[in-house]
Write a protein that binds this ligand. Structure first.
Ligand code: SF4
Length: 401
């Protein structure tokens, strides 16, 4: 399994596969052809269907600037080797093509070039699945976060602390900003209103949920407006884990060390899904993004309360199991509806899953690995309309005026 650094990526939203990946590809291509006077980029598959709403064109233009670039959205070409494909072409000042290269945005901000062998980041963990992680923890009688520190080195704590600070900054920015999100949907930012508006006769429980949701909205709205966030595991699902950690840290005053441990545990859950299935909505629907984020947050919450490895696994399993079949249907291709609200609901689910796991431990029959496999198979069976093409579901029925 790869490093947690491959999972938690810090960058600009709104989509790890639609902005961070294309940004990387643009940087790579412009490095290959420094003599190019202008570029042409053709987007295929999900990038063509939802690229405008995901700001794919804007991030490519900004990365290649000041050189001009034409963007083509090709929704005709089918049978693609990967659902997120882009072709870059570079031309000299006389219009002579200097070269071309195809890239696939394979999720989580990672890319793969067409003519290059599929390379995976170096494995730092000798585990194939979560069962092996648990077995190791049992043999060594250690916590799951200790496994992360042992295999990645103690310096991973600094990285995770940086991740936590970035997550908090995104929440504070989001809570502090009002107005409309970019795009045609004219979606109003709601985090600040949610945080500050106290309804009459508000029960303490309702207040807690309101704050938790406000924090999830804050990150998701920052993501939707191209702000800097942390993929957890993706941009679209970046609000769930920070909301749960931020809300509980404020409530219980957890130390940064504790939050770092929780991020380490959440990371192990995330890379398990990434390695054995997918965290890409274009590949396996929203269950792969929000489902994984909920599982990561549920595991992290358990770690905050010093739950056992078994309870952590159970919480992650519950969280993912009940998101199975969740479709990806962002209206207009914007990572706004249903994405933002979905992050808020998922943060509540994460807390519920953690609570349930702690009480029902020892009764379960389904392992986390089994649910990961089920999620992936379900994702492959999902009609393409429900895999980030904005062709089905809410995206098909809601008409953008
Ligand atoms: S619906 Fe889910 S998977 Fe699709 S873009 Fe929104 S958050 Fe991501």
């Amino acid at each position: 399994m790869e490093s947690l650094k491959e999972l938690y990526k810090i960058g600009k939203g709104p989509s790890s596969s639609h902005t961070m990946g294309p940004e990387r590809a643009a940087r790579d291509f412009s490095r290959l052809y420094p003599r190019a006077a202008r570029f042409k980029v053709t987007l295929y598959g999900s990038l063509a269907y939802t690229g405008r709403g995901h700001l794919t064109d804007k991030v490519i233009l900004a990365t290649l600037a000041p050189k001009p670039c034409g963007i083509v959205f090709d929704t005709e070409k089918q049978d693609l080797p990967h659902p997120n494909m882009m072709k870059f072409e570079g031309f000299d000042e006389h219009g002579l093509r200097l070269g071309k290269k195809k890239y696939y945005s394979i999720g989580g901000g990672n890319i793969r070039a067409e003519d290059e062998p599929e390379t995976r980041p170096e494995d730092v963990y000798p585990f194939a699945n979560f069962e092996e992680i648990l077995r190791y923890a049992k043999e060594k009688n250690c916590t799951l976060d200790r496994i992360v520190y042992d295999f990645e080195g103690e310096e991973i704590k600094d990285f995770l602390l940086y991740v936590w600070h970035t997550m908090q900054s995104a929440i504070w920015r989001g809570i502090d900003t009002e107005g409309l999100l970019p795009g045609e949907l004219k979606v109003v930012r709601k985090a600040k209103t949610l945080f500050e508006t106290v309804p009459e006769h508000e029960e303490p429980e309702a207040l807690e949920k309101r704050h938790l949701c406000a924090f999830a909205f804050a990150t998701s709205e920052e993501n939707a407006s191209g702000g800097t966030i942390v993929t957890a595991p993706t941009c679209g699902a970046s609000g769930v884990l920070p909301a749960a950690l931020f809300y509980l840290s404020r409530k219980h005053g957890f130390s940064e060390e504790k939050v770092v441990a929780a991020l380490a545990v959440a990371g192990l859950i995330g890379i398990t899904v990434k390695q054995n299935a997918s965290v890409s909505g274009a590949e396996a629907g929203c269950q792969a993004e929000i489902g994984t984020a909920t599982a990561m947050a549920a595991g992290a919450v358990c770690r905050l309360f010093d739950a056992s490895a078994d309870e952590i696994e159970y919480a992650a399993e519950i969280a993912l199991e009940h998101q199975l079949g969740l479709t990806c249907d962002p209206i207009g291709g914007y990572v706004q509806i249903p994405c933002i609200e979905r992050n808020a609901i998922a943060s509540q689910r994460a807390l519920s899953a953690a609570a349930l796991a702690r009480i029902l431990k020892g009764t379960r029959k389904i392992s986390f690995d089994l649910i990961v496999k089920t999620m992936y198979e379900t994702g492959k069976d999902l009609n393409a309309r429900y895999r980030e093409t904005s062709e089905g579901g809410l995206a098909a029925y809601y008409k953008v005026s």
